[in-house]
Design a protein around this ligand. Structure first.
Ligand SMILES: Nc1ncnc2c1ncn2[C@@H]1O[C@H](COP(=O)(O)OP(=O)(O)OP(=O)(O)O)[C@@H](O)[C@H]1O
Length: 350
């Protein structure tokens, strides 16, 4: 069992020539926590991870592992386990030799190496495959070998860069669960880089949503999903319907569209539109809700139905996600949008 350790970045920034890959960044990761760095291509996720690993030196700021300032230490002195998308396993070596490789580099004796590698293979439920060649293992199994190899040196910090990117959807979901389970069991502090919002939502204790070299918002998956602060975050994680706001009253938020007053969480200083998740809206008979419109389309998606509702005075359809089996009138019918009692939030930006 690893003694869990905290990770701290203080004012870390990085330029590549004229490109500011990272604006001064502060980040605290608690012992045993899994923090995801989530964002679109080029937002600075990999740069952040490479600085934490020691492959890259920040222009300014420091990196602390526990109380130790590791900013100037090379990667092999930082007590890290790492796992990347193309696992970097040696195809001509057996499973157990792949896992033991890092121990050999540290000068551990042959028998001790094998014993320790088998222990790790047991953790990822592959001990029966120890003497197979890597090429005889499936994608999911290779991913588990890579995890065992990352953990075999008993690192204090686990760094995962799109670790499941090579797997297809079903296997990927299963491995997300397994990886998270192992990480929790070992209590190892972990940074996960991903551009996959579902992966971040299912695996993380907290998510840092990044854009343009900055953390836009950081919080638990439920917090970030239910209370996005900006339009970018509300649209990057899931989707949102945005409504312009005309003002605030004691009873709630006045919508610009028809002046209706609706309940919404309104943080002080939030002057942007109000965002509502499609699954928080419902449809009812015309005249019974907040806004009347026309049901333009309804698409069956298996476990739910995606409805598009056109409102007078609004160009973009409002998206409503109704449970499968909901009785819907035919397209072209008048319907009412039923606003949620909670679940709408005023954003900070336009
Ligand atoms: N070695 C480099 N030289 C010059 N510019 C770089 C270098 N590495 C990264 N950048 C730039 O820094 C910015 C951040 O890149 P980074 O790789 O951290 O993004 P990312 O979020 O990991 O993207 P992706 O999801 O595509 O990997 C980008 O604008 C990128 O083009």
């Amino acid at each position: 069992m690893t003694q869990s350790i905290s990770l701290r970045l203080r004012g870390v920034s990085k330029f590549y020539g004229q490109v500011q890959a990272l604006k001064p960044l502060d980040l605290e990761v608690a012992p045993g926590e899994l923090l995801s760095l989530l964002g679109p291509s080029g937002c600075g996720k990999t740069t952040t991870l490479r600085i934490i690993a020691g492959f890259e030196t920040p222009d300014r700021g420091d990196v602390l592992l526990g109380d130790r300032d590791v900013t100037d230490l090379p990667p092999n002195q930082r007590d890290l386990g790492m796992m990347f998308q193309n696992y970097g396993l040696f195809p001509h070596m057996s499973v157990v030799d792949n896992v033991a490789f890092g121990l050999r580099m540290r000068g551990m004796g042959r028998d001790a190496r094998r014993r320790r590698a088998l222990e790790m293979l047991d953790t990822v439920r592959l001990v029966d495959f120890a003497d197979r060649m890597i090429g005889q293992m499936s994608g999911g199994q290779q991913q588990r070998v890579a995890l065992a190899r990352a953990l075999v040196t008993d690192p204090k910090l686990l760094l995962l860069d799109e670790p499941l990117g090579a797997l297809d959807k079903n296997l990927r979901e299963q491995m997300q669960f397994e990886l998270r389970e192992t990480q929790k069991r070992l209590g190892i502090t972990t940074i996960l880089v991903t551009h996959d919002q579902e992966e971040a939502l299912t695996m993380s204790d907290r998510i840092a949503v990044m854009r343009g070299g900055e953390v836009m918002q950081i919080g638990s998956p439920t917090e970030i999903y239910a209370r996005p602060r900006s339009r970018f975050v509300s649209e990057f994680l899931g989707s949102s319907n945005l409504f312009e706001v005309a003002g605030r009253t004691a009873g709630g938020i006045r919508l610009a569209l028809n002046g209706a007053v609706v309940p919404a969480l309104a943080p002080t200083g939030a002057t942007g539109p109000v965002a509502v998740r499609p699954e928080r809206l419902a449809l009812g008979p015309a005249g019974t809700g907040t806004l009347d419109g026309t049901l333009a389309d309804a698409v069956f998606r298996g476990s739910y139905v995606t409805c598009e509702v056109m409102l007078p005075g609004r160009e973009t359809p409002v998206i409503v996600q109704a449970a499968a089996g909901t009785a819907l009138p035919p397209p072209g019918s008048s319907v009412a949008l039923i606003w949620p009692e909670d679940g709408a939030v005023v954003l900070e930006d336009a």
